[in-house]
Write a protein of this length. Structure first.
Length: 340
């Protein structure tokens, strides 16, 4: 049985479905600060396995101790944490408390329970303003905001835990730009407030919730002048977590702490994504060009060869699936889970 902290969130819910379809039962720990209980019903419907829910906070040691005492947890996939870059700049202490202190509380509870397998939901933001794309895991680590700093701090903590305890097995997965939804249209990304990411904003324009898309800058040194990013389908990410768990259950031959990028290795510009969405869904996406945002890079995409080689994992879904699945989710759930 696997514990998913923050298990009702966007990437976690799709990972739960991947676990269920692989016949692996799981427990969801969530305080629903950025998700809703209705997600669990959808996870049950899609995966065929009813999630076990423990409603609580990863910072609560007593809750964690009770959870580990009650359920036969063999490994943890740690998603719980706050993830809005702008909010992290405005409220850094909140992010360090949730993301760093919460992770330490979890690690210590795992240690007490004798559970020593952990997959950590990290982020490509740990690389900061690197212009060395495609980015390998050896690229300089220099996050430029508290959110990225919090992710890197947890990576350092886990690296030290694994070094001090050879029986621990740790994988830190650095995501690039998750997009898409489950093919059923029942699970997807449901951001609160104004979306901070491209695809949910496109979806909300397509469904009529927003009048147009803002494209931040069209004068970058890229083929069409707009920013280039590595967009990866959320179900490919989910499969990456399953591959990481299987890797950690095998013969690690002394390598008990892995840092790995999860991306496609292909850069897609903002306008290319807009054009692909229009092509594959038939929905027109009006947009305006706005000034560049501070801190945005021209191009930022992964070198995923380590995950390909070590985990036996490779992104399988292309732009067509990313756009079609995003639109299916948004079209069937125009107000997200709020209507569930």
């Amino acid at each position: 049985m696997i514990l998913l902290t923050g298990g009702a969130g966007y990437i976690a819910s799709h990972t739960g479905v991947a676990l269920a379809l692989a016949g692996i039962p799981y427990v969801v720990l969530d305080n629903f600060c950025n998700s809703v209980p209705a997600v669990l019903e959808r996870m049950h419907e899609v995966g065929g396995l009813k999630p076990t829910l423990v409603q609580g906070d990863v910072r609560d040691a007593a809750t964690l101790d009770a959870l580990f005492a009650r359920y036969p947890i063999q490994g943890v996939v740690h998603f719980a944490g706050l993830k809005a870059v702008g909010e992290s700049v405005a409220e850094p202490a909140l992010y360090y408390e949730n993301n760093v202190s919460g992770s330490v509380t979890l690690i210590r509870a795992m240690q007490r329970a004798g559970v020593k397998t952990l997959v950590f939901s990290s982020s490509a933001t740990v690389y900061g303003n690197s212009d060395a794309s495609p980015l390998p895991e050896s690229a300089p680590l220099a996050p430029i905001n508290p959110y990225g700093q919090s992710k890197l701090m947890v990576e350092y903590i886990l690296r030290d835990v694994a070094a001090a305890n050879p029986d621990w097995r740790v994988a830190c997965l650095r995501y690039f730009n998750p997009v898409g939804a489950h093919i059923s249209g029942l699970l997807g990304e449901d951001p609160r407030g104004v979306p901070g990411n491209l695809m949910p904003f496109i979806g909300q324009v397509a469904v009529g919730r927003r009048p147009q898309l803002s494209v931040f800058g069209n004068d970058y040194p890229t083929p069409d002048g707009t920013g280039v990013r590595d967009y990866i389908h959320v179900m490919d990410l989910a499969d990456g977590h399953l591959a990481a768990l299987r890797y950690l259950q095998g013969d690690l031959t002394g390598r008990n702490c892995l840092m790995a990028n999860l991306g496609t290795g292909q850069g897609i510009s903002v306008l290319q994504m807009v054009q692909a969405f229009e092509q594959y869904t038939g929905q027109k996406i009006p947009f305006e060009v706005a000034p560049r945002r501070a801190g945005d890079l021209a191009s930022y995409y992964a070198d995923p060869s380590l995950a390909n080689r070590v985990l036996g994992w490779k992104a399988q879904r292309g732009l067509k699936e990313m756009c079609e699945d995003s639109w299916r989710w948004q079209h069937r759930n125009p107000m997200g889970y709020a209507q569930a």
